[in-house]
Design a protein around this ligand. Sequence first.
Ligand code: ADP
Ligand code: MG
Length: 276
Amino acid sequence: MSPMERLHAVMGKLALSEADALVESRLEQAVKDESSYAEFLLDLLESEWQARADRNLQTRLKLAKLPYRKTLEGFDFDFQPSIDARKIRELRTLRWMHEATNVIFLGPPGVGKTHLSIALSIEAMKVGGSAYFVSAADLVADLTAARKEGKLSARMRIYQRPKVLVIDEIGYLPLEPLGGTLLFQLVSARYERGSIVLTSNKSYGEWGSVFGDPVLATAILDRLLHHSQTVNIRGKSYRLKDRERAGFPPPVEGPSPDETNDESKPDESTGAGSGE
Ligand code: ADP
Ligand code: MG
């Protein structure tokens, strides 16, 4: 076997698939550029490393079950001046993830709560963290079904595993008493162990009616908010932006955020708390 054939064989055994595929072209390039041996090797191994990081990220993204991909770069902060850009920059450091604390986005529909939750999850995955996205309704339905089948603890473990669990849209639907209890169990299980990123169109003061039980709501909030940051977004729906620009009135079924009644507006007195 020639040295090159042996090299391919060894790289195959070491599972260096990217380097294996690139070695000839990179070698040629190195000769052309008169690179040093070290530079050549560095270039080759960096390509291998990059390809692995990309593959790992793709795997994590698939496992995260994001409803769509959105980034922080794709968020127009000028459109939503109620969001403190400094706070988002701080969230971007992912300190909250490393410290297993929670991030909660409150605000009316269309202001970017889900977008920002997804974007933060992607940031987390970029540095090797795992994430999982689920709507509150799906989460509760899933846990309820699992309980019925006697598989609750196995299912709970699925939601306990990721570094970041996004629970989207608390409050859009009222929860059954059992649903509230299961959610409480999950929040307790993740408490100080893994981060929850949560979105809600209801202020904390309204959670009693969401859970149909003020005591349960208080117990959940107690754990959720103990180590947490809340981002209150108050402003216009991005979804209505283009409609309004075109001169259309707001749609009838989705209330314009400007007209939203106090029920769906996050309450400043309770919403701004950072319990750290
Ligand atoms: P919410 O979860 O608060 O109801 P979403 O995050 O789903 O709102 O936002 C609705 C749509 O508008 C999404 O497609 C989102 O990407 C987009 N969007 C919202 N706010 C912004 C913004 N400030 N810049 C860019 N896109 C935005
Ligand atoms: Mg949303």
